[in-house]
Design a protein around this ligand. Structure first.
Ligand code: SF4
Ligand code: SF4
Length: 191
């Protein structure tokens, strides 16, 4: 990968620091986060490398990286970092920032899963697995994926054909309406 450096080299790091509350500039590339990362060996940019790309103002490379989408949010990296950088939070911030900027997700299936999961919770207040799986498969263009195991699961009562809703959906609506990650952070900083 060819890197282009410019005068505003701290611009992206400052932006991520501001949004996530994590001090990107404290990273000294020790590699401890990547050493414990369960997906590190499957991605081109390890957590350590991604941190360095942020420090080097490589906005497009970071926002288009697959790593934040494959991140399992296990928080091993955050626990291990000697500088107490919440690397898992940085991954989350990158995903949300990419989404807010309307970028095509680097791993579409992950984004499809999150969308189907959240839509299901938004509608019912709890997860409707059967409906979510159908929506996820349709979004992925694989309508019959795992279709053969569904009948047995339905018969054994492991899956339900119909969603179950919570009682007070109005409160649920409010939770979603007030759950803007970045705006929440802005408000917290002001108080
Ligand atoms: S939170 Fe994500 S980046 Fe950190 S160790 Fe777990 S999978 Fe890797
Ligand atoms: S563990 Fe912390 S200091 Fe070490 S490379 Fe990862 S983010 Fe940087």
């Amino acid at each position: 990968m060819q890197l282009k450096l410019d005068n505003n080299v701290n611009q992206f790091a400052n932006e991520i620091e501001h949004l996530s509350g994590c001090s990107i500039s404290d990273c000294y590339q020790c590699g401890k986060c990547s050493a414990g990362c369960p997906v590190g060996e499957f991605v081109e940019e390890s957590p350590t490398r991604l941190m360095r790309l942020i420090q080097l103002n490589q906005r497009q490379a970071v926002l288009n990286s697959k790593t934040p989408y494959l991140c399992a949010t296990c928080t091993t990296c955050s626990e291990r970092c000697p500088m107490k950088i919440d690397v898992a939070k940085v991954m989350e911030t990158i995903r949300i920032l990419a989404c807010k900027e309307g970028l095509r997700p680097a791993v579409k299936a992950v984004s499809n899963f999150s969308g189907a999961f959240l839509d299901s919770v938004k509608s019912n207040g709890r997860l409707f697995e059967f409906g979510m799986t159908v929506t996820f498969n349709l979004k992925n263009g694989t309508p019959f994926k795992n279709a053969t195991i569904a009948p047995a699961m339905l018969l054994k009562g492991k899956l339900s054909f119909l969603p179950q809703s919570i009682k007070n959906k109005e409160r649920l609506k409010n939770i979603f309406a007030n759950s803007s990650y970045f705006e929440d952070r802005e408000e917290k900083k002001e108080h």
